[in-house]
Design a protein around this ligand. Structure first.
Ligand code: ACO
Length: 436
C-alpha cells in the first residue's frame, strides 16, 4: 500500500487537540484512513459493528467493485476466468498469483490429484455421526479432524507446510464432501479416480456406485467446475475473515479452515443457496408464478420477517456478476437434462423480473446474488439441497487458504483483537447470597 499525499484530520468538539491520520492508497478501490495509532493518541476507539467501513487487512487477491458489479481474482474478471479457465487454473491463480502455463498446470493438477485420498481412518471418524446429521455439521468436524491426521503440515510458520496443507485441503475437500453425502444415503464411499478432472472426479464420487460404470457428462462437469470457480474467493467476507481471525492466533490451517466452514453454514452467508431453493419450492407449493406478487408483498412487509433469499449483498449494489454466469449455466444444464420447462427456473426468472422492477428493491439496490440460481443448477444435477453449502465450502477452500497464507506472509500481520464499547454494569460488589 502507498501513502497518499492526502491526510485526514480528526477534530473534537470538546477542545481536545485534533489528530492527523495517514491515508493509504491501494491499486484500485477506496483509500483507507490509518487509525492504528488512534487509541494511543486519543484514548478512543472507532465503532464499526459489521465492519461497514473498516478494512481489516491489505490484500492482493480479490477485488470487488460493488457499484459496477465487478469481481476480479488477481486482476482477472470473473467472466473471463469462468469462460476460459478451469477451476484448478483458478486455484493456482489464487494461491500463487499467476495463471499457470501448460507445464505449471500439469504439475499443479498432478499434485492435487495425488492428494485426493483421505486417511482410511477418517471413515471411522465419519461413521460416528448420525446418518441424518447436516452435511455442514459433518464437514465442520471432518475438516477440523484433518489436523489430527496430517500432523506433518500443521506448522504455519513453515512455508512448505503451508503449501502442502493448501494442496491437501483443495484435494481432499471433494472426497470429504462426497463421503458425507454417501454416508447420508447409506451408500458405499467411492474412492477418487486419477484420470478424471477435479469436477468430474467429484461428480463420480457423489453419484457412482459399485454396481455400474459411471460416465461423466461433460455439460454437468463444466457446470460443476463453474460453480467451483464462481465460489472460489470473495475477498474479506464473513467466513474468510473468520479464517483470518482464527489463523491469526497461529493455529494450524485445518483448524482455521474448519472455522471458515462453520461460519459459512449460516443462512445469511453460504446457507443462502439452500434457503433460496427452499423459498422457491415453498412458493411453488403455494401456487407458483401466480403467487409471486403476493410473496413479494410479504417480503416488503418488514413485520413478516420474510426475505427474498438469493437477493441482496453487503458489497454488490448492482447485479452480482456471478449471478449472470450462473443463470447461463442454469440454462445449459436444464437444456442438457431435458428440463427446459423446469417450473422452479421459470419461477426464479419471474421473481427476479418483478423484484428488479419494484421500487422496494430498486431503492435498496437489491439484485440477485450468486445463490439465486446456483440452487436450481445443483438440484437439476441431482445434488440434494442439504449438500449445497458443503459444495460452497469445497469451492471456497482455495480462497480461504490463499487468504490465510497471504496473512501469514504479511509483515504487518498481528493477532486479530477487536475492541469494544462497553455498555454493561460499572464495577459493583458481590452481595452475600442471602442479600441478593
Ligand atoms: N429481501 C428483502 N429485503 C432485503 C433483502 C432481501 N433479501 N436484503 C436486504 N434487504 C433490505 C433490508 O431489510 C434493509 O432494508 P431497510 O433499509 O428498509 O432496513 C436494506 O435492504 C439493506 O439491507 P441490509 O440487511 O442492511 O444489508 P446487509 O448488507 O446488512 O445484508 C445480506 C446483506 C445479509 C446478504 C442481505 O441482503 C440478505 O440477508 N440477503 C438474503 C440472504 C442471501 O441471499 N445471502 C447471500 C449473500 S451472498 C453469499 O454469501 C454468497
Amino acid at each position: 500500500m502507498k501513502l497518499s499525499d492526502n491526510k485526514a484530520t480528526l477534530s473534537f468538539s470538546n477542545g481536545s487537540p485534533s489528530v492527523e491520520l495517514p491515508v493509504y492508497q491501494g491499486s484500485i478501490g477506496p483509500d483507507v484512513v490509518d487509525i492504528r495509532k488512534l487509541y494511543a493518541q486519543t484514548g478512543m476507539f472507532t465503532y464499526d459493528p459489521g465492519f461497514m467501513s473498516t478494512a481489516a487487512t491489505q490484500s492482493g487477491i480479490t477485488y470487488i467493485d460493488g457499484d459496477k458489479g465487478e469481481l476480479l481474482y488477481r486482476g482477472y474478471p470473473i467472466e473471463q476466468l469462468a469462460t476460459n479457465c478451469d477451476f484448478l487454473e483458478t486455484c493456482h491463480l489464487l494461491l500463487y498469483g499467476n495463471l499457470p502455463n501448460t507445464a505449471q498446470k500439469a504439475d499443479f493438477t498432478k499434485r492435487v490429484t495425488m492428494h485426493t485420498m483421505v486417511n482410511e481412518q477418517m471413515q471411522f471418524f465419519l461413521r460416528g455421526f448420525r446418518r441424518d446429521a447436516h452435511p455442514m455439521a459433518i464437514m465442520t468436524g471432518l475438516v477440523g479432524a484433518l489436523s489430527a491426521f496430517y500432523h506433518d503440515s500443521t506448522d504455519i510458520t513453515n512455508a512448505e507446510h503451508r503449501d502442502i496443507s493448501a494442496i491437501r485441503l483443495i484435494a481432499k475437500m471433494p472426497t470429504l464432501v462426497a463421503m458425507a453425502y454417501k454416508y447420508s444415503v447409506g451408500q458405499p464411499f467411492v474412492y477418487p479416480k486419477n484420470d478424471l478432472s477435479y469436477a468430474g472426479n467429484f461428480l463420480r464420487m457423489m453419484f457412482a456406485n459399485p454396481c455400474e460404470e459411471y460416465k461423466v457428462n461433460p455439460v454437468i462437469e463444466r457446470a460443476m467446475d463453474r460453480i467451483f470457480t464462481l465460489h472460489a474467493d470473495h475477498e474479506q467476507n464473513a467466513s474468510t475473515s473468520t479464517v483470518r481471525l482464527c489463523g491469526s492466533s497461529g493455529t494450524n490451517p485445518f483448524a482455521a479452515i474448519a472455522a471458515g466452514v462453520a461460519c459459512l453454514w449460516g443462512p445469511s452467508h453460504g446457507g443462502a443457496n439452500e434457503a433460496a431453493l427452499n423459498m422457491l419450492e415453498d412458493i411453488q407449493k403455494m401456487g407458483g408464478v401466480a403467487k409471486v406478487g403476493e410473496f413479494i408483498d410479504k417480503v416488503k412487509d418488514k413485520n413478516s420477517g420474510v426475505k427474498l433469499m438469493g437477493f441482496g449483498h453487503r458489497v454488490y449494489k448492482n447485479y452480482d456478476p456471478r449471478a449472470k454466469l450462473m443463470q447461463e449455466t442454469c440454462k445449459e444444464v436444464l437444456n442438457e437434462l431435458g428440463l427446459h420447462n423446469d417450473p422452479l427456473f421459470k419461477l426464479a426468472m419471474q421473481l427476479e423480473k418483478i423484484a428488479l422492477e419494484d421500487d422496494y428493491f430498486v431503492q435498496r439496490k437489491l439484485y440477485p446474488n450468486v445463490d439465486f440460481y446456483s440452487g436450481i443448477v445443483q438440484r437439476a444435477i441431482g445434488i440434494p439441497v442439504s449438500m449445497f453449502t458443503a459444495i460452497f465450502a469445497l469451492a471456497r477452500t482455495v480462497g480461504w487458504i490463499a487468504q490465510l497464507n497471504e496473512m501469514i506472509g504479511d509483515p504487518e500481520y498481528k493477532i486479530g483483537r477487536p475492541r469494544q464499547l462497553f455498555t454493561g454494569s460499572v464495577k459493583r460488589d458481590v452481595q452475600p447470597l442471602a442479600k441478593r
